[in-house]
Design a protein around this ligand. Structure first.
Ligand SMILES: [Zn+2]
Length: 104
């Protein structure tokens, strides 16, 4: 089955667009005013996943109005570490297990 590229995502009731173009020299960017996540068109695999989750976390923080309360450095540390952790869980654990809890 061929999957379609993710073009938009709903974050706390707001639709954010995802585009695969960004200024040269950066991997991704989140533009809060435009509700836009930009990701470099060349990224693939883990680097794409990590960059997507990194920008997604910036977008969530933007919707929560947390961005103004954090220093840029602290937000980058949180985004980098959560993005890496989420990518690892998605790749390793969620391929083998489900989060569903069912009585057998
Ligand atoms: Zn960032």
């Amino acid at each position: 089955m061929k999957l379609k590229p993710l073009k938009k995502i709903n974050i706390k009731g707001t639709n954010w667009r995802i585009i695969r173009e960004v200024e040269e020299g950066i991997l991704g960017e989140t533009v809060g005013e435009d509700k836009l996540i930009k990701i470099h068109h060349d990224l693939k695999g883990d680097r794409l996943q990590i960059t997507f989750w990194h920008e997604f976390i910036h977008a969530v923080f933007s919707e929560l109005y947390i961005t103004a309360k954090l220093s840029d450095d602290l937000e980058e540390i949180i985004a980098d570490n959560l993005a890496t952790a989420i990518t690892k869980v998605m790749k390793n654990e969620l391929r083998k297990f489900t989060l569903e809890v069912k009585d057998e």
